[in-house]
Design a protein around this ligand. Structure first.
Ligand code: PLP
Length: 489
């Protein structure tokens, strides 16, 4: 399978690339990204054939259907990382919460958030391609909390790859920061930046676009790449769990094979939802994909009105910070798939130049045939956390946004799969506040309190962080980032 540029070709980039090329250089002409030329059709016989498959067997079959240029033994090695999740026989448990509402838990990996689903196998794949080509890569990451730990974890001690990960000092939770600053592999550098997430993100974009920086790296024989969520190498692994979750409902006799379901996704950069969209296009029986946002409700507005408007808007800090995003990068791939490259280029240029675009009526109809959307503010989120807890289900604030959407966006009484993107341990002060009203400034106090309320232990992997040695203590001003990275190399 080949990958095409979402904004067409500028004569400087290749028009079509292989999967491994799309992974190594994810940005295409005119600032576009790569999208699959066509999608495999899996259909009902594929689902029937995999009713009894375990996660890895299903994953290997989906990747084979995509026909990517990665050796089978590398894929096998990458997928073996799912064996290290909590339950080696099933990395993604699907739990019935009530009636027709099921939660697919995507956080049973090493860093306790959904980013592991894609980044765990992605690290092995990227390092293997780099070794095959005898190339060395610097991976840059800027994180507001979950991507950083997951990227460090997947690349630690991997051959031919070094990682520089920037986070806003004081802008992450204790657990997220400790997950990063206690990593001690030689090929990892963690940099606290005095500033907010936008400062680190802007620094990253500047370096990725800087010819001078790239030339300096070239002298050291190092190429530059990024592990952000527009990389198709991450998206491909995010189609699999949607198919798996559907099959789990069949296995649990909640639905008959072929019956339609709702997928309900807490969304920011839209990578998780895009994986659901591809699964649907590949033949998964999905009625609609329900998109949940927080007060940064730009996706709700897009899907309900066709308008994407960044004028006079700035990011609002919420209790679901992984969704505090206004520029949702993967929407572009939906537009490319539905409206083609010319219209996508036109829409993205309008966004860059005017900070605004408006879909026409027929385009909006096409979007609304697939997606419905609503948003959930912090107070509503807390209410849903408390209510679910009193019914025996403990969840994080990102997952909670979906519960509102479950209440407001369904036209039919069909089984619904909510995707849970983080364990309670990662956003504990918000959850403790929802459950007891307490206000904690330290994660450890909140963790202890929830543990007591719920009668569950703090997982050892999280508890252990508070005693681990801090190995990454660099904290710098934002204009020192480039020189800090160069001295690490
Ligand atoms: C990254 C993340 C999201 C948003 O996922 P997208 O694929 O960017 O839409 C939601 N919840 C958590 C906890 C995350 O880490």
């Amino acid at each position: 399978m080949k990958f095409l540029e979402t904004r067409g070709n500028d004569g400087q980039h290749p028009e079509k690339v292989s999967f491994s090329e799309a992974i190594l250089s994810p940005i295409s002409s005119f600032g576009g990204i790569y999208s699959p030329e066509s999608l495999p059709n899996l259909g009902e016989s594929f689902l029937e054939a995999h009713i009894k498959s375990n996660y890895k067997t299903l994953a290997a079959a989906v990747l084979t259907a995509f026909d990517i240029d990665i050796d089978a033994n590398i894929i096998e090695k990458a997928l073996a990382l799912y064996d290290e999740f909590d339950d080696s026989s099933n990395p993604v448990p699907v739990v019935k919460v009530k009636d027709d509402l099921f939660v697919s838990e995507l956080w049973h990996g090493p860093t306790r958030a959904f980013k592991d689903m894609a980044l765990q196998p992605f690290g092995t794949v990227l390092s293997s391609i780099a070794q095959d080509r005898d190339e060395h890569y610097l991976i840059l990451a800027a994180t507001s909390g979950d991507t950083g730990p997951a990227a460090l974890e997947t690349f630690k001690n991997k051959a031919n790859v070094q990682v520089a990960c920037m986070y806003p000092d004081g802008g992450t939770s204790d657990v997220q920061r400790l997950q990063m600053v206690t990593e001690d592999a030689d090929n990892l550098k963690v940099i606290g930046v005095k500033g907010d997430f936008d400062d680190t993100q802007n620094a990253l974009k500047k370096l990725l676009g800087s010819k001078k920086f790239k030339d300096t790296l070239k002298e050291k024989n190092i190429l530059l790449s990024a592990a952000n969520s527009v990389n198709f190498g991450r998206i491909i692994f995010q189609t699999i769990y949607h198919i798996h979750s559907y099959l789990e409902l069949v296995r649990q006799n909640a639905i008959q094979s072929g019956e339609k379901v709702y997928l309900n996704v807490p969304s920011g950069n839209f990578g998780n939802a895009l994986g659901g969209y591809y699964a649907m296009k590949m033949g998964l029986p999905v009625e609609k994909i329900l998109i949940a946002s927080n007060n940064n409700n730009i996706l709700t507005k897009l899907i309900n009105t066709g308008a994407y408007d960044l004028r006079n808007s700035s990011v609002i800090a919420t209790t679901s910070p992984a969704m505090d995003i206004l520029k949702s990068s993967n929407i572009e791939r939906i537009f490319f798939d539905l409206f083609g490259k010319d219209r996508t280029k036109d829409l993205m240029a309008q966004l860059d130049n005017d900070k605004h675009y408006q879909l026409d009526e027929s385009e909006l109809k096409q979007i609304q045939a697939i997606f419905s959307a609503d948003f959930c503010n912090d107070d509503e989120g807390k209410k849903y956390i408390k209510e679910a807890f009193s019914n025996g289900y403990l969840m994080d604030p990102h997952t909670a946004t979906c519960f509102k959407v479950y209440d407001t966006c369904r036209d039919k009484k069909l089984s619904t799969i909510i995707y849970s993107t983080a364990e309670w341990t990662k956003f504990s002060p918000v959850i403790a506040n929802a459950l007891t009203g307490e206000v904690d400034t330290h994660d450890l106090d909140a963790l202890k309190s929830i543990s007591k309320e719920a009668g569950i232990e703090i997982p050892a992997i999280i508890n252990g962080l508070f005693d681990k040695k801090i190995t990454q203590s660099t904290i710098i001003e934002k204009d020192e980032i480039e020189s800090e990275i160069l001295s690490f190399l």
